[in-house]
Design a protein around this ligand. Structure first.
Ligand SMILES: *Cc1c(COP(=O)(O)O)cnc(C)c1O
Length: 223
């Protein structure tokens, strides 16, 4: 299916989820996850109007970045190995996977300016998932205040691979509550306004629970 056709279907579902939850579709950013697809297909996404692209590995990211450069905003959504920070950090616009002190330290050392980051949280407790435990989030953010290149703009999670929408909803709701408690701290290095949650199979539920950044791969560009 053409990306433009998929995007139209997704935008319609976003509109419906916003209507159900009293939200404005303009507050939701669609990140086209191109990790599965070619340069040609990525170009189709850009031509369809996708302005934000997501990649989860540094090799795949650099290939796309070297090709498209500033034609898109770049979201790094996968685990970032500390030894890769140097080659990618000044090229990405947003990191969705800040998950440890050692990574914050390396980013602080290598970045030449402030980096917008989401702290990745393992809300569901599935041990196959990356991210820190919910209880660790506030102490973690407090600790990284000393790294002045890190700006915590929000929290990110991945829902578990289950079919029960109410279980998935609970995960998103818990992340939203945690985001609220970080925001209440009023930390200047952590405005923590945003929620990166929702993928191809659950973005409608994520929007109902407050998602501001949805990361869509297979249902937008294919897999
Ligand atoms: C692959 C990936 C996505 C997109 O997954 P789809 O189910 O294909 O939409 C979103 N977020 C992360 C972190 C991913 O690795």
């Amino acid at each position: 299916m053409e990306v433009a056709v998929n995007l139209e279907i997704i935008q319609k579902k976003i509109g419906q989820a916003c209507a159900r939850s009293g939200r404005n579709p303009e507050d939701i950013k669609v990140i086209g996850v191109t990790k599965y697809v070619t340069i040609e297909r990525t170009k189709e996404a850009i031509d369809a109007g996708i302005k934000n692209l997501g990649e989860n590995r540094s090799e795949g990211f650099l290939e796309k970045y070297n090709h498209f450069g500033e034609q898109a905003k770049w979201h790094f959504i996968g685990t970032l190995q500390s030894r890769k920070v140097k080659e990618v950090i000044d090229k990405i616009d947003v990191l969705h996977s800040l998950d440890r002190i050692s990574l914050a330290k390396e980013i602080n050392k290598r970045a030449t300016g402030p980096v917008d980051c989401f702290v990745q949280v393992n809300v569901s407790g599935e041990d196959s998932k990356h991210g820190m435990e919910p209880e660790e989030v506030i102490p973690f953010i407090e600790k990284i205040e000393m790294y002045d290149h890190i700006r915590v703009i929000g929290l990110m999670t991945m829902a578990p691979h289950i079919d029960d929408p109410e279980q998935i909803r609970k995960v998103f709701r818990k992340l939203a509550a945690l985001r609220d408690s970080v925001r209440e701290k009023g930390w200047s290095h952590a405005p923590c306004e945003y929620l990166s949650m929702g993928m191809s199979n659950d973005y409608d539920i994520a929007i109902e629970e407050g998602a501001t950044h949805i990361r869509i791969g297979s249902k937008l560009v294919g897999s």
